[in-house]
Design a protein around this ligand. Structure first.
Ligand SMILES: *Cc1c(COP(=O)(O)O)cnc(C)c1O
Length: 855
């Protein structure tokens, strides 16, 4: 029945149970176990069917609700939990103890994975955004989330009998979700609108989700005011290409800023001073803010300074192909529309985003370039990814070393209350008196090996039971009745390896199949068997990814190994929560360095699973020889095939010779004590580091707070400093061709210099119309390997000052700067002198991309 119309009738909740509505509408329940237990106690089967309080309330019989309304102890429990939620939302937390932190931060992301009940994510990026909001809520950080509401979210995956991925796009009904519409006081739904080419316009309503104390605004174009074709702008997450995606991103960025203004007005939120764009999709937000500042009387360049100062841009991809890009004609068509961004010209937009600025073609508009041009503060998502990003984007800062490119890194983290299994939480509660598993000493004897091993066994058994249920359900969907063997798949006591990720090629889903005979013998070893649980979705347009899934699926269906390796369809948050905890080993084998961070291994680690991974993403910085295993990367292999062969062979070796023997090495009590000692060590050392708490605090301290201070300074006194900075940048850029280091003299050293000797430097610098206050003249020094040409490593710098003896004027039209460097290390030494623009309103000396180096 194709024409059927569906809608959700919300349950009528008896007055006495009004607390349940409040609890169900705030997504805090998704990481608050006592609230989950309350809903679960209403109906065990309804809870298991949906893991969603609103669905549950709609599914239970009214008679059951009446019964609970008359149950004084239930009503009291519900009211207490509601009061606890209200306290959680209102009370001062970590952030309230800080001084000088921003009063409000906007966080933009194209996807948010908060809970399975609100499926608005495709994978890691969205789940990271959800974890960011949850941790921000726990820490009391005043963040406003901004995203889109996709009518079908991402797709639901099933696998055909031939192993081919099938996609379905079930339509979500927002009335059945924990959302409310943003309304004006007269009841009218609030709307944002954007001017489009040909006199058309795109409108959206705004859904508000409560994520603890954080509000998440989600824009939705599926409203009557829109032309039929425009209603579907927010139909699916990454559902379209080119123009469809551009419309989504215009709505997210430009519409998102307008939605914040409405939420500030209608919900009494504090206007943000800091705008964080999680990946390039929301980059257009900066253009809308520039347009608003131009309306306040600033020039484009002045407005740009203000916007840059308050913008944080996080890049998530280490490969140029992963960046969001648009064909220039498409950008031209949309941004030539007069009323889209009043005051901002098409040329100005192109000037901020054309890929030609980093050596690419000028026919392509690059959202990462836009992000970096509009964000004075930028970061990658792991240390290695920061380094890779600095090299990748180095062409945007010509004349600077990759090390100096102003992109820092903050390693991702995961929200522990969401991802740590209740069995482990219960163990921590029982042994340490707290359920916060990230802050207890897992290496102390407050917990015994036997207790920890029992918990790990229980978690593995639960994962195996859930996986078996999923395998059977999948067979029932495709073939009717699940075959008998599916009742026996996997085993609760076998060493269990987990591997789940998007089907992107670089993640090498099928590396483990490289030598099928060897894998088969590992899986079926009679003394030390191994089992592998695999899951992952391929992008709907990625046939190569679907072939990999098919290959794995077909391998797993072979009679001699089925049951030892299973592919679970429809990887999502719910599956992830039951999959990670019960794995003993979490496998990750991307092509280094293509995994920006990776977070699934973090979630596994927080549950006592040991990582077995290529040294990429977060593992590159956290692997220490004791907390898991590193698969060596064959970076120097001749070609991709050789690399796969070498890395696969290393992977098998590790499993066969180290992992399986240690796992099955049991004491008289049946406990693998060496294994458990590694689990204790990994839990104790990694949990605090990998938690989103650590990540979000770092964002506050290293990026949000500096951004806030610069933005406030530029905004104060009628934007005085913004005007000064803009004029100064222009003056410096115009004068720069005349700036040069004319010549350098040095002295103070013997023929054979020794450590602690001082090198005296005197540099004569031509400044053109600039003054010494406009520049930083510095000695840059470091290791100089013989034969390495002009390359210096371990760069350091020492600022020179105007020579007071001659008041700087050295008579040759140049200014003399002097200073000295202490040679504090032995070895080969190299140095040069360079000039950089200087202002305390710059976040980095490389910011203007201007430098003059001694010839
Ligand atoms: C954590 C998570 C991801 C991301 O994992 P990666 O290691 O970054 O690939 C993807 N999907 C789900 C459902 C997750 O929970």
């Amino acid at each position: 029945m194709k024409a059927i119309r569906r809608f959700t009738v919300r349950a009528v909740i008896p007055e006495a149970l009004s607390a349940l509505e409040e609890l169900a509408l705030n997504l805090r329940w998704s990481w608050h176990r006592p609230t989950q237990r309350l809903f679960r106690s209403i109906s065990e089967p309804a809870w298991h069917a949906s893991h969603d309080p609103i669905q549950l309330l709609g599914a239970v019989e009214p008679a059951r609700l009446e019964e609970l309304a008359a149950d004084a102890s239930f009503v009291q429990r519900a009211n207490e939990l509601r009061d606890e939620l209200r306290r959680y939302i209102a009370e001062p937390r970590w952030y309230q103890s800080l001084e000088g932190a921003p009063a409000s931060i906007a966080y933009f992301s194209a996807e948010f994975g908060v809970a399975a009940a609100l499926p608005q994510y495709s994978g890691g990026l969205g789940i990271l955004a959800g974890d960011h909001l949850k941790a921000a809520s726990d820490l009391g950080i005043p963040i406003i989330g901004v995203g889109l509401f996709y009518r079908s979210g991402y797709f639901r995956q099933s696998i055909s009998g031939e192993g081919w991925q099938q996609e379905a796009y079930p339509v979500l009904d927002p009335d059945g979700l924990p959302l409310s519409v943003l309304r004006h006081p007269d009841g009218m739904a609030a709307r944002v609108s954007l001017a489009l080419p040909d006199g058309r316009s795109l409108s959206a309503r705004i859904w508000v989700a409560e994520v603890g104390r954080v509000k998440l605004l989600m824009l939705d174009t599926n409203i009557r005011e829109n032309d039929e074709d425009l209603r579907s702008v927010t139909d699916r997450l990454y559902g379209g290409g080119g123009e469809h995606r551009l419309l989504q991103e215009l709505l997210l960025g430009v519409g998102g800023v307008r939605a914040i203004d409405l939420a500030v007005e209608l919900l009494g939120l504090t206007p943000p001073t800091v705008f964080h764009t999680n990946e390039g999709h929301s980059g257009f937000q900066g253009l809308e803010r520039i347009s608003n500042l131009i309306a306040d009387g600033l020039s484009f360049d002045e407005a740009l300074q203000v916007v840059r100062a308050g913008t944080v841009f996080t890049t998530h991809t280490p490969v140029p192909a992963g960046i969001d890009r648009f064909e220039r004609p498409l950008i031209e068509r949309y941004f030539a529309t007069a009323d889209l961004l009043p005051g901002v010209t098409l040329d100005q937009v192109l000037g901020l985003g054309l890929e030609s600025q980093m050596g690419g073609p000028d026919s392509v508009f690059n959202m990462a370039v836009l992000g970096l041009r509009l964000g004075q503060h930028a970061n990658g998502v792991a240390k290695l990814h920061g380094r890779v990003s600095r090299s990748m984007f180095r062409p945007l800062w010509p004349g600077f070393d990759a090390d100096e490119v102003p992109i820092t890194s903050i390693t991702n983290g995961v929200h522990a209350p969401t991802w740590v299994d209740s069995t482990l939480v219960a163990l921590a509660e029982a042994q340490f008196g707290t359920g916060d598993t990230t802050r207890v000493d897992w290496q102390s004897d407050q917990v015994t090996d036997a207790q920890l091993w029992a918990a790990r066994n229980e978690m593995r058994a639960a994962t195996v039971a859930d996986a078996r249920r999923r395998v059977r359900a999948a067979h029932e969907v495709t073939g009717g009745i699940a075959p008998a063997w599916t009742a026996q798949v996997l085993d609760a006591n076998t060493l269990t390896i987990g591997f789940a990720r998007r089907g992107a090629t670089y993640k090498r889903l099928t590396l483990m199949l490289h030598d099928r005979a060897r894998l088969t013998s590992i899986l079926t070893d009679s003394e030390r068997p191994v089992q592998i649980i695999v899951a992952g979705k391929a992008h709907p347009a990625d046939d190569e990814g679907k072939h990999l899934i098919q290959e794995l699926y077909e391998f797993s269906e072979q009679p001699e190994i089925r049951g030892r390796i299973v592919f679970l369809p429809n990887y999502d948050i719910t599956m992830a929560q039951s999959l990670y905890p019960g794995t003993d080993v979490w496998l990750n084998n991307p092509l280094r360095p293509m995994e920006a961070c990776g977070t699934s291994g973090m979630k596994a680690a927080l549950n006592g699973s040991l990582n077995l991974s290529i040294l990429d993403g977060w593992w590159d910085e956290y692997y220490d020889g004791k907390n898991g295993w590193a698969i060596p990367s064959a970076d120097s292999a001749g070609d991709a095939a050789e690399r796969d062969a070498l890395e696969a062979s290393a992977l098998y070796d590790l499993i066969e010779h180290q992992i399986a023997p240690m796992f099955y090495d049991r004491g008289a009590d049946g406990v693998p004590s060496q294994w458990i000692s590694h689990v204790r060590y990994a839990l104790a050392t990694l949990s605090p580091e990998l938690s989103a708490d650590r990540m979000v605090r770092q964002y506050v301290q290293e990026l949000y707070t500096p951004a806030h201070h610069l933005a406030v300074r530029l905004t104060a006194n009628g934007f005085g400093a913004a005007r000064t900075l803009s004029a100064w940048k222009k003056k410096v850029a115009d004068a720069w061709p005349q700036v040069a280091v004319a010549h350098v003299e040095s002295g103070g050293l013997d023929a054979v210099p020794q450590v602690n000797d001082e090198l005296h430097v005197r540099a004569h610098v031509a400044l053109g119309p600039l003054t010494p206050a406009d520049v930083r003249v510095e000695v840059v020094y470091g290791h100089s390997e013989p034969g390495a040409g002009d390359e210096l490593t371990e760069l350091r710098s020492q600022e020179l000052t105007v020579d007071p003896a001659v008041a700087g004027q050295d008579g040759a039209g140049t200014t003399a700067f002097i200073g000295s460097v202490v040679l504090d290390r032995a070895g080969s030494f190299g140095y040069t002198v360079r000039v950089l623009p200087k202002s305390d309103l710059l976040a980095s000396p490389a910011e203007l991309g201007l430098v003059a180096v001694a010839g």
